[in-house]
Design a protein around this ligand. Structure first.
Ligand code: CP
Length: 320
């Protein structure tokens, strides 16, 4: 039974059953249960308009492990540098045979926009400050695997919530599956509104960490000017970094997660990041499994969407 329709653009448009099914399929992938040739003959294009280590590499591994061909589009050496539009780039990759376009872009909503005008599947690999759905899924899988459940757990997401697409996907998914989510950071880094089920907000880190089952500090998004929202990175670290002392407030079996890349000494100290409670590298491993599950579900039996044809007639005036 197919879980997703044409694309994976965000977690917010999925229901709890779809999220659980994707986690179940990811577990099958993690245990080596997906056929190695399931996507033979399919082409997965990776178009990363922002830097990435984990997401890009794990999508490539995931596609190859399922037998797909991978087209790694190099934005810096491409005709994007000559002014080619995002949509023309996407349609060009599709015309070369891409069955899926894995897209990371600094503009929130870029994958949603592209998905309306291409017939191939679009997977959001992180769009601006909006969502990072496969990161959300791998975070959920990690919590479920390590803690044995999600429902009823207290999960603290700490730091730069405002700029974090990870926070939006992970917090939403956790809340949807019944975790108690606490979003904690300086007032300037907490969004004024964010519709997350089962979530509360606080600026008080010591209180937030009491009895937590899971803590996930977030990277200070310096490239999105996050440093300008706090007096200094040193001050932020003094007040909000996850240190061994702060970690002692959590449950004795609490785990520490981080989506990566880390700013050591800013949102998390090395003792915590590399300490016995850390499951950060397990998150990375789970990332490959989740991306295998997503590509497998989308591409194994591609759905023809007649409403998307012909593409050219659907382009709004002025879009090229
Ligand atoms: N978590 C994450 O998206 O990492 P990358 O930027 O390395 O892909």
């Amino acid at each position: 039974m197919k879980i997703l329709r044409k694309d994976l653009l965000d977690l917010r448009s999925l229901n709890a059953g779809q999220v659980q099914s994707l986690l179940d399929l990811s577990l099958v992938a993690l245990q080596g249960g997906l056929p190695r040739d399931a996507l033979q003959g399919r082409v997965v294009a990776l178009a990363f308009f922002e830097p990435s280590t984990r997401t890009c590499t794990s999508f490539e591994l995931a596609a190859r492990r399922l037998g797909a061909e991978v087209l790694r589009f190099d934005v810096a050496r491409s005709s994007v540098q000559k002014g080619e539009s995002l949509l023309d780039t996407a349609r060009t990759l599709e015309a070369m045979g891409a069955d899926a376009l894995v897209l990371r872009h600094s503009a929130s909503g870029a994958p949603h926009f592209v998905a309306r005008y291409v017939r191939c599947s679009v997977v959001n690999a992180g769009d601006g400050m909006h969502e990072h759905p496969t990161q959300g899924l791998l975070d959920l899988l990690t919590v479920r695997e390590v803690k044995g459940r999600i429902e009823g757990l207290k999960v603290v997401i700490l730091g730069d919530i405002l700029h974090s697409r990870v926070a939006r996907s992970t917090a939403y998914g956790l809340g949807l599956l019944g975790a108690r989510v606490v979003l904690c950071g300086p007032a300037t880094l907490l969004p004024s509104s964010l519709d997350i089920p089962n979530a509360v907000w606080t600026t008080r880190v010591e209180e937030a960490l009491e009895d937590a089952d899971v803590v996930m500090p977030l990277r200070m998004q310096v490239e999105r000017a996050a440093a300008a929202f706090v007096p200094s990175l040193g001050e932020f670290a003094r007040l909000y970094a996850l240190t061994p002392e702060r970690l002692r407030r959590t449950r004795p079996d609490a785990i520490v997660m981080h989506p990566g890349p880390m700013n050591l000494g800013v949102e998390i100290t090395p003792e915590v990041a590399y300490g016995p409670r850390s499951v950060i590298l397990r998150q990375v491993t789970h990332g490959v499994a989740v991306r295998m599950a997503v590509l497998y579900d989308l591409l194994r039996h591609p759905t023809v969407h007649p409403e998307l044809r012909p593409v050219a007639q659907r382009l709004p005036a002025g879009v090229s």
